[in-house]
Write a protein that binds this ligand. Structure first.
Ligand SMILES: [Mg+2]
Length: 117
């Protein structure tokens, strides 16, 4: 079973994404910020990470940088309520940039694309 890590400071998003992804057959881990996400990654060999950008303690951009330093090939999807970060070069290291919406099709499709097989 493929393992997905969802990092978002909003509990409602963590719940929504993990319910959705579990239904799709993935094993889901959640973190409330980037520091927690890296802690989980130190023990769990995750296959994909979904990162919120605005989070306390360690934001998604710094987390993305540290993840890509350790595991350059690990797919990282940024998921944010704001499209404005698309212009920020620091987000270009992500494999996908998703704007949060109540419709989870984009998220589902992106995850499927990176975790096929
Ligand atoms: Mg946030």
């Amino acid at each position: 079973m493929k393992k997905i890590l969802v990092a978002d400071d909003e509990m409602s998003i963590r719940l929504l994404y993990s319910e959705e992804l579990k239904e799709e057959g993935y094993e889901v881990y959640t973190a409330a910020n980037g520091r927690e996400a890296l802690e989980i990654m130190a023990t769990v060999p995750v296959d994909l990470v979904i990162l919120d950008i605005k989070m306390p303690e360690m934001d998604g951009i710094e987390t993305l940088r540290q993840i890509k330093e350790r595991r350059p090939d690990l797919p990282v999807l940024l998921s944010t309520a704001y499209g404005e970060y698309r212009q920020d070069f620091a987000t270009w290291a992500s494999d996908e940039y998703l704007v949060k919406s109540s419709d989870l099709d984009d998220l589902r499709n992106a995850v499927k694309r990176y975790l096929k097989d």
